[in-house]
Design a protein around this ligand. Sequence first.
Ligand code: NAD
Ligand code: DAU
Length: 458
Amino acid sequence: MTTQPSPLSPQSSVLTPQSSALSTQPSVLNPQPSDLSTQPSALSPPSSTLNPQTSDLSTQPSAPKPQPSVLSSSQSSVLKPQSSVLLTPHSLLITGGAGFIGSNFVHYWIKKYQEDRVVILDALTYAGNPANLEPVANHPQYRFVHGDIRDYDLVVNLLQEEKIDTIVHFAAESHVDRSIHGPDAFVDTNIIGTHTLLKAAKKVWLDRSSEELESSSIAQSSVLSPQSSLCRFHHVSTDEVYGSLGPDDPAFSETTAYAPNSPYAASKAGSDYLVRSYFKTYGLPMTISNCSNNYGPYQFPEKLIPLLILNCLAGESLPIYGDGLNIRDWLHVDDHCRGIDLVLKKGTVGQTYNIGGNCEKTNMEVVEAICRLMDELSPNKDSAPYSSLITHVKDRLGHDRRYAIDANLITSELGYAPTESFETGLRKTVEWYLANQDWCQNIMVGNYREWIEKNYEK
Ligand code: NAD
Ligand code: DAU
């Protein structure tokens, strides 16, 4: 593991604007677990005890925090999603922050919540790219840690050292086609990795050492402390866990049964279940979001939209699997970030939220829209339309036919609505790739070339 030194945290000695609001907000978890499903809590300790960041990060070794006890299994069985929580995250661990959505989320968060500490943990696999974070790398609250989510000791140390109160978990193997060629990495990272993070969060946020248990007067009372009530494990998941829809099926809602079809989707489903189980069994405060297809800046060009843009530029064929009539729901990545923000700030602990763009398109519609934009913004030298490059190729194994998201819950409960239409979002995305040719060239080497040859049998 290599880490950049942790810069002094200016906010660490003072209450952040967010944290000062805590004393006026109802607390998150009830003192009595048996009341969890019915009763809003009134816990409102002084804000100075609520902010786990009041010590100086640069000089103080990770001080053991007062820890609550873990719920017994009989008590935990009553845990249900709870009424709305106003969480005030101020020290975030963002896993997979050097990837596509993770890096966009880091940009989004640092711009919006300048006081918050943002610690990124990323293994820098082929999909992780430090260049995605360059624009924010000098921010005083930014720290990048090159490491693996499967490294339990590293994660525990980071949670303690940085007094992390919010984990936003993006890190994953994320490409369906790669999961078909090699599923092992998907099980390792998406299932084992997520479980390692959960174990570490439980250890640091919920467990007491046996010594503390013996000496504490509240040891047997199963009271969740203010600290645990202010923590959140947010798991970023996918609509692919729900499987494939027929043309007239209703869109996926939060109660749609899981039916994952690819090894990628199955590994994400497994991780979702583990996250849920840590809430139900141990009371780990968590939320999950299942989102549809994202597009936008910094997306690795193995995924459909950037692949097509860059193939247009290179004058290469535009490979469309099968008949090209598979349907995806497309969402600009900024709108996904907004959705996660809402879930963190206003979401119900223990709840899953579907996030979507209400924007179903066939792959043929997507490729044709990209070709039109490219014809306008970067016309082919010989004036031939880019659509002449469209080539139907062998279909993806087990290719899901249609995804669609019912986003009524996040819309009605949290006021979510995407701000970017497919037309405006796609235009911005094409413009971004055209303006960032160096970024593209730097990653279209080595592993990328090997992957293209393997997947498209070139
Ligand atoms: P990505 O492949 O672009 O990035 C994944 C990141 O995780 C990379 O930076 C990589 O280095 C890092 N990583 C991988 N294994 C790691 C490990 N063991 N330890 C630490 N870091 C590791 O992925 P993305 O498209 O940005 O997706 C992010 C998350 O969002 C994933 O969990 C994915 O399932 C989910 N998601 C993606 C989409 C989408 O359309 N891309 C839609 C819905 C949900
Ligand atoms: O739905 C959310 C999911 O969206 C995320 O969980 C995944 O991480 C993300 O990769 C994405 O999965 P898809 O498989 O839907 O995305 P992809 O861009 O790989 O493919 C989109 C569609 O385009 C799909 O129907 C397959 C098709 N396709 C893809 C590629 C790469 C092609 O026709 N040709 C291609 O070359």
